[in-house]
Design a protein around this ligand. Structure first.
Ligand code: SF4
Ligand code: SF4
Length: 90
């Protein structure tokens, strides 16, 4: 695997990557580069999590970890139910 930070960013399986460069070309923000004939997320700060790279890779070497997005309303609902079920709640 790569030495990229373990965050909600694309993860590139360097073993599977063939270095075709399709993801590098397709990335709209130039977050990816080719290093030693492998794709690397060299500019994670530029990644917008658009998922294009994951979809375009012919060998499925890129994975975007699942991201759960809470809207304000269901976050409030979740927080309320969590508080109600908290046994330590006074
Ligand atoms: S998710 Fe989008 S912005 Fe991020 S590296 Fe992939 S193609 Fe580039
Ligand atoms: S598209 Fe896939 S195989 Fe090609 S360089 Fe990117 S990660 Fe590697």
């Amino acid at each position: 695997m790569s030495d990229e930070p373990d965050t909600i960013l694309p993860r590139i399986d360097e073993t599977a990557c063939t270095g075709c460069g399709e993801c590098v070309v397709a990335c709209p923000t130039q977050a990816l580069s080719q290093v030693d004939n492998k794709a690397r997320l060299t500019h994670p700060d530029l990644c917008t999590y658009c998922t294009i790279c994951e979809g375009i890779c012919p060998v499925e070497a890129i994975e975007l970890p699942f991201l759960v997005v809470f809207s304000e309303s269901n976050l409030a609902e979740w927080a309320g139910s969590t508080l109600m079920s908290d046994p330590h709640r006074p």
